[in-house]
Design a protein around this ligand. Structure first.
Ligand code: BYC
Length: 471
């Protein structure tokens, strides 16, 4: 079904045929807009931004680019086309047709998964709301806003599921998604990483590289769900998510590029006084964002995850491509654990290790970008190399939250940690230095001194294009 843009809420779910649901969503819409105006990008309502809007769910040509004032962005509900022959690929219902309704016995687990996913979307918009004031270029400002409106749309995707399939509870949850706020003392966002500050653009690029990548892996697992509307929502969200990770990878890559240029120009690693971010500081930001995002995969051994898998609610990455029985009752999986003051790999029941397996997939994917950033350094003639810290480093969730570990994975005392932590994660002075570079550049074709201009284009528009108009 095509997307209908004549309705108040653009959609490809035939919303007009369900008046009750349509009314419920139209009732939620002004609340969403109030939230956007209050906690979305600061002072952005009057800006004309060159944004892409989804106009179809087909792989080719799904997006349309034009200037839009963000409060007028057409947030809508888009699911990938349904496949009537789709069967459940894993768990106790393997081989049965997927569900078009929520089975009563799984209602609360499914709602919890959808609420957790939904909660992260507006949280990230809240975290990034002040960044517009210090954009390094119009190109970057536009990318920030693109990410923000699409996170807003991802919230719509989850709110649609809650309102369409969970009745009154779903409507209440949809309200709560706008009532919890990132960093709020009384009503914080659900997952740790979404209560952290994203106060500078280096943090934004690291966040879109590492934390949005958790989004990619979680959405991919949820897209395996036996609950077909959730699966189809997540599949389309993944299409948009790719751009967010591109923003992260290319953003960090451009900083590394500029850092190397300054190192070559001034023949020193210590380029802070020349307005660049030195490589050791970048490594500290990387350590911090990687470890916070690694927490987002939950406990290494998780009965929740086992239940989600066994009941068909949440699968593994690319479930159908994995060669095993897709039941996992008799299989094991290697899990890092603490044993006699050392971190070792132990075989654990595979069903309980679902979170850890996804974390492994994630870490391998994170490493690919690190290699590309290292290539930039290598091509500039320098020996420094970035490295992902050990998965046990700086953790707040799971086995490793109880111990202190250096980036190499060696267990150290709390005292040693406190002595050395500033070598590994950004100290207050590192953060103030990075913050001191954050001065807005809003002239088309101009860029801040700590980041290189992009090589690529947005919809064939070059870097010089006026991506955001201020009048
Ligand atoms: N922070 O058995 P466990 C995205 C809690 S990002 C705080 O491991 P489970 C995006 C847990 O709630 C993707 N608490 O739990 C990115 C549980 O509490 P209870 C978001 C945490 O449920 C950028 C207890 O610890 N989507 O899309 O198996 C921009 C036991 O843990 C945390 C999803 O996450 C934490 N990090 O695993 C915008 C997918 N971790 O029951 C968007 C949906 C665990 O003891 N969520 N706890 O009170 C899930 O699949 C699961 O909820 C999790 C946690 C994998 C997150």
């Amino acid at each position: 079904m095509n997307i209908n843009y004549n309705e108040k809420i653009p959609n490809n779910v035939d919303l007009s045929s369900d008046r009750k649901l349509q009314r419920a969503l139209e009732n939620w819409q002004p609340k969403f807009l109030d939230w956007w105006k209050e906690l979305g990008p600061n002072q952005s309502s009057e800006l004309n931004v060159y944004l892409r809007t989804a106009i179809s769910v087909e792989k080719q040509g799904w997006a349309h680019f034009d200037y839009v004032k963000m409060p007028d962005y057409r947030w809508g509900i888009f699911l990938t086309p349904s496949d009537p022959s789709r069967k459940i690929d894993f768990g106790m219902h393997k081989g049965q047709p997927v569900w078009q309704e929520v089975p009563g016995e799984y209602r609360s687990e499914l709602r919890r998964l959808i609420v957790t996913q939904g909660d992260t979307e507006p949280a990230s918009v809240e975290q990034q709301r002040h960044l517009g004031k210090t954009c390094p270029s119009l190109y970057d400002l536009r990318n920030l806003f693109q990410v923000n409106v699409e996170e807003g749309r991802h919230l719509w995707a989850m709110v649609y599921l809650l309102q369409a399939y969970f009745g009154r509870d779903g409507r209440e949850e949809a309200e709560s998604l706008l009532e919890r706020h990132s960093g709020d003392q009384d009503k914080p966002r659900i997952l740790g990483a979404f209560n952290e500050n994203t106060s500078d653009w280096l943090s934004f690029f690291m966040f879109t590289y590492f934390t949005d990548r958790d989004g990619k892996f979680q959405l991919a697992s949820l897209s395996e769900s036996a609950f077909d509307p959730l699966s189809r929502s997540c599949r389309f969200m993944l299409t948009e998510e790719a751009h967010h990770m591109f923003v992260g990878e290319s953003g960090v890559g451009r900083i590394v590029q500029r850092t190397c240029e300054l190192m070559n120009e001034y023949k020193t690693y210590d380029i802070r006084e020349f307005g660049g971010i030195d490589l050791p500081t970048l490594q500290k930001y990387l350590n911090s964002h990687f470890s916070i995002s690694t927490d987002l995969f939950g406990q290494e051994i998780s009965t929740n995850a086992a239940i989600y898998y066994n009941t068909g609610l949440k699968g593994r990455l690319n479930e159908a491509r994995i060669v095993d029985d897709h039941l996992l009752h008799d299989l094991s999986y290697p899990v890092f654990q603490v044993c006699e003051e050392k971190i070792v790999k132990n075989e654990s029941p595979a069903l309980n290790a679902i979170n850890e397996r996804l974390r492994d997939n994630y870490i391998a994917d994170c490493d690919l970008g690190i290699r590309r950033w290292n290539k930039i350094i290598e091509n500039s003639g320098h020996d420094f190399r970035f490295k992902l810290p050990h998965r046990a480093f700086n953790r707040n969730i799971g086995h490793f939250s109880k111990i202190t570990v250096d980036p190499e994975g060696i267990i150290i005392s709390q005292q040693e940690w406190e002595k050395r932590v500033n070598e590994w994660i950004p100290s207050e002075s590192d953060q103030s230095f990075v913050q001191s570079l954050m001065k807005p550049v809003t002239e088309p074709g101009k860029i801040a001194g700590w980041i290189a201009p992009p090589k690529g284009k947005i919809n064939r528009q070059s870097f010089e294009f006026e991506y955001v108009r201020f009048n």
